[in-house]
Design a protein around this ligand. Sequence first.
Ligand code: NAD
Length: 249
Amino acid sequence: MQQPVIIITGAGRGIGAATAKLAAAKGYAVCVNYLHNQSSAQRVVEDIIRGGGKALAVAADVAIEADVLRLFKTATEQLGSVTALVNNAGILETQMRVDQMEIARLQRVFNTNIIGSFICAREAIKCMSTRLGGNGGAIVNLSSIAAQLGAPNEYVDYAASKGAIDAMTIGLAKEVADQGIRVNAVRPGVIYTDIHASGGEAGRVDRVKATVPMQRGGTADEVAQAIMWLLSTEASYVTGTFIDVSGGR
Ligand code: NAD
């Protein structure tokens, strides 16, 4: 039987890197996509190979269609037919009020967070669809509880892009269910990763954790566990839905 093959976007660090390592431990051959951080992506790959797994790092900007086509081609040629996708790559821009937000910022956020995820999902569906000769598969999109909370005064643009991820998840799940493909999303709360530094507040998790019912931030590993469950056969009747990994926030 062919080893399952997973593409994880933005997997050089954070939630993507944790998911890559967990996926390898669960028997997947892992395509570790990265944008600029080649050395950390390579370290993820080396960790996996040292543990006896199979992995490959591929540079691609998910917001550029030609890059995504190359990413899928490389993964398929070198690892085999793609059976799982984690749309993890995402960006957060500096916290600001909406009256300060410029169009260029909105375009950057939407290009990566929603258009990038959409293009990757489309390519994954082409690989997996039983109607197109594939053997089925599963997709997990990284949304955020910001899609529900709205992130006022910080990044309403980011929250809106994650709301679009939620709608895409439901629509794709219904459209491709009869093609052997499940599509779900994970909605993290505040998780200790470097994304908060790009939002201009590296210590955000510690500031916000008092508003979390469980009184703490989450870890990338805790998010990775939910992602891998949704991809697993244990979730074989689960599609078009969401798991909040948010400590109850
Ligand atoms: P992170 O910044 O550590 O990781 C994001 C990764 O995506 C980085 O490696 C980055 O290089 C990559 N990336 C960005 N733009 C890209 C592009 N155009 N093409 C390819 N890769 C690109 O952040 P993280 O916290 O691990 O975030 C992972 C996902 O989880 C994101 O979608 C984020 O929105 C979501 N999320 C995170 C939190 C949190 O609190 N950390 C909360 C809710 C949702």
